[in-house]
Design a protein around this ligand. Sequence first.
Ligand SMILES: C[S@@+](CC[C@H](N)C(=O)[O-])C[C@H]1O[C@@H](n2cnc3c(N)ncnc32)[C@H](O)[C@@H]1O
Length: 309
Amino acid sequence: MRQHSNGGLRQTRHLDRKVTQGRSLPLLCTAVQGLHFADLQSMENLFGEELAERAAPVAPYLGGKSQLADEIVRRIGRVSHHAYVEVFFGMGGVFYRRDIKAKIEVINDINGELVCFLRVLRNHPDALLGELEGWVSSRQEFEALKIANTDHMTDIQRAVRFIYLQRLAFGGKVTGQTFGVSKDRPPRFDLAVLSKSLAVAAERLRSVTIENLDWRDLLDRYDDAGVLFYLDPPYWGGEADYGKGIFARADFSEMANRLKMIKGRFVLSLNDRPEVRSLFADFKIEPVSLTYSIASSQSTSANELIISN
Ligand SMILES: C[S@@+](CC[C@H](N)C(=O)[O-])C[C@H]1O[C@@H](n2cnc3c(N)ncnc32)[C@H](O)[C@@H]1O
């Protein structure tokens, strides 16, 4: 078993997985000392699953779930599932912070450059790291790569371009990127730091299926009993934040209707707006308060909703 920071809990989970095969929960209460029946019930989804090393996303991302992630991870952990499907992956702010690996894991995003980067990271991490050698934080390189035509690039060059721009873009923006500088932080493109986090992320992605589908097609393709979808769509009011024509205001009502029909379970995070509460009123809705900062000097508080079936 790998080394983990919260070794005690993980040891218990490990024991739990091993001793639970074919036994009833009450019997296990005596078998697993120090755990109550309720604890075991809430851990039922862990059976047969593997532990994962928690990691951090490899670049900042607009709408990345850094603050909300632990809260969402806790809720996901309470739902029994053999397949975990993340519909709007972005930089994986929730996925990498999970400490459990489902038997089947699928991640998806409509952004083709992002998905190309994820595939190269998973399939050719050494080649990617090799190609990143020699890159330093530079406004000129940033501007040149931003307007570079990707048509004649190899997938590895496209992946380099993606991660370079994403590491350095102000506010983790994905469209309309500008070179982000800070007076009180070192530049975010430091290969020594980045290579470590890329290596951990590549390892985590090894057995993950990476899709590049519209969210509707992904739900249709993977919905089944035992599947848990995590959805983190663009915010209400920020539908065009990730590019034109990929997500519309009308998608929210379509999402609410489709989620009513699925056989699987879901957890959805969205900003707290009256329209959102009304569209998703048929589901469980929990508000969570957060403080966001886009730059070190600007911070603003916001309320999020965690919606689930
Ligand atoms: C709020 S971000 C996800 C952030 C992510 N949870 C993180 O922590 O980095 C929303 C993502 O949805 C993707 N997206 C937008 N429209 C989509 C669509 N129609 N189908 C699938 N993905 C879409 C965007 O490319 C973007 O990466």
